[in-house]
Design a protein around this ligand. Structure first.
Ligand SMILES: [Zn+2]
Length: 379
């Protein structure tokens, strides 16, 4: 369909073209933001952070759904006397979005401030030249002693897309397959993690790219967070750059690029990888645009309208997803590819498959070779 084909912008911007369950224990255990103070005879504001969102993954009708905001930063502000100060901070629950913000003693006034970020691992900011996160405050309560349950605290409608980005990035973080630190990749050690930054401005329509080699931020236009695939595709570009130790393939011939059309080996590799990251994180086999249109990655030699070979991002992305599939030759997940990428830079899919996979002990014959052949890639 025509609507599925949109040209990308100029320059080196890498745009999205093309649908999780995870352990809910990892982030809470692995990251240690300032813990809420234990509060014997203290004051606590508790509740659940939630946001409404337009669900592009559910189709072009984009029905309004409600979702808890997981691993999102909160701060307890309040005063016993004098001025209001920040008393504690933490993150919402990794499965239920709950918070329990406590201080010692009783408080004459207290409220919870929520920030569009998760620990120091990812954040949504207002603009490239205004790195402030979005924030909003819960209702203020006075004379707080013991536990006061605020119930479900909803993100204001004008800001809900920022928290959708924050919540959606959990899906990738939980699958990052880095056994050595809480950082995004094994390239970094605890306490020295790089943070992924998304810029989202509801007044700006343009976006949908990872700004490399400029700010290295992801820029999203007004409605783009409606698609989790779009958010995770752009995060996928950033992740590849991180896996390569802040290096990225030299990309040519990528403007425009389409899932089913020939571009270049470097474009198909980087865009196919990003498409595969999003689908892998979401546990599906498609790309969903922010208008709700969905494009399947199912393809073979006879699929109408699809070009052939490793210059086609959809051929590369589907090959990766099949290699990583639960019944696939790589052991049922992408973990060995992630580990490989932290050691071996691949300029294109051919190098990844024919040079770097064998070096990492990953199969390139048998089922692996058949997968590529099924997607018209023959090495
Ligand atoms: Zn892209």
């Amino acid at each position: 369909m025509q609507v599925l084909r949109r040209p990308s912008s100029s320059g080196s911007r890498l745009r999205a073209f093309g649908a999780a369950l995870a352990t809910t224990f990892g982030l809470m255990a692995a990251l240690s933001p300032t813990p809420a103070m234990a509060a014997p005879a203290g004051a606590c504001l508790t509740g659940t952070l939630a946001y409404d969102h337009l669900d592009a993954e559910a189709g072009t009708a984009k029905p309004l759904r409600t979702q808890v905001a997981r691993n999102a930063n909160w701060e307890l502000w309040g005063r016993t006397s004098g001025s209001t100060t920040r008393l504690a901070s933490g993150i919402t629950g990794a499965s239920d979005g709950r918070f329990s913000a406590c201080a010692n003693g009783s408080l004459t006034e207290a409220y919870v401030r929520f920030r569009s970020s998760s620990t120091a691992m990812w954040r949504v900011i207002k603009a490239a030249d205004n790195t402030a996160e979005y924030t909003f405050d819960s209702a203020h309560r006075t004379n707080v002693a013991g536990t006061v349950n605020l119930g479900t605290v909803k993100v204001p409608a004008s800001l809900q897309r920022a928290w959708k980005v924050v919540d959606t990035l959990n899906l990738l973080y939980w699958k990052r397959a880095n056994p050595s630190s809480s950082c995004w990749t094994a390239r970094q050690a605890n306490g020295r993690c790089d943070e992924i930054t998304f810029v989202w401005d509801p007044r700006v329509a343009d976006g949908g790219y990872w700004d490399y080699p400029g700010t290295n931020y992801v820029f999203l236009g007004a409605t783009m967070p409606d698609s989790k695939h779009l958010v995770l595709h752009e995060a996928g570009h950033w992740l590849q750059w991180q896996l390569y130790g802040r290096a990225f393939p030299e990309v040519t011939g990528c403007n425009p690029h389409y899932i089913e059309r020939s571009s270049s080996t470097s474009c198909a590799w980087t865009e196919g990888f990003a498409d595969a990251v999003a689908a892998y994180a979401l546990g599906d086999y498609r790309y969903v645009y922010d208008n709700g249109y969905s494009y399947s990655f199912v393809n073979d030699a006879a699929t109408p309208g699809w070009d052939r070979g490793d210059t086609v991002q959809g051929r590369v992305g589907s090959s990766l997803l099949d290699l990583w599939a639960s019944n696939g030759p790589d052991g049922g997940n992408w973990d060995k590819t992630i580990a490989l990428m932290t050691r071996q830079f691949s300029q294109n899919f051919r190098e990844y498959f024919t040079v770097d996979r064998p070096a990492a002990g990953l199969p390139v014959t048998g089922a692996a070779k058949q997968i590529l052949a099924g997607h018209t890639i023959d090495y």
